[in-house]
Design a protein around this ligand. Structure first.
Ligand SMILES: [Zn+2]
Length: 70
């Protein structure tokens, strides 16, 4: 492995009303599913609009998650 900077992996945090908070990757909507515009909660199956109060986080090469608030 060289010392080239890795592309930043972006994730979105989706807080669900059931108490679950799950993360989806930025390329989630490129998978071509019919409900690609929504993130489904793995706990209760509720769909979330990506435009609706998501936390965007970026994975830092240093090994910790940083929350980018908008
Ligand atoms: Zn849920």
């Amino acid at each position: 492995m060289g010392d080239k900077p890795k592309p930043r992996l972006k994730m979105y945090l989706v807080p669900c009303s059931c108490g679950m908070t799950f993360a989806v990757s930025e390329d989630y909507d490129r998978r071509g599913t019919s409900w690609r515009r929504y993130f489904a909660c793995p706990a209760c199956g509720k769909r979330h609009d990506p435009k609706n109060r998501l936390l965007e986080i970026g994975y830092q090469p240093e090994g910790y998650w940083k929350v980018d608030q908008c």
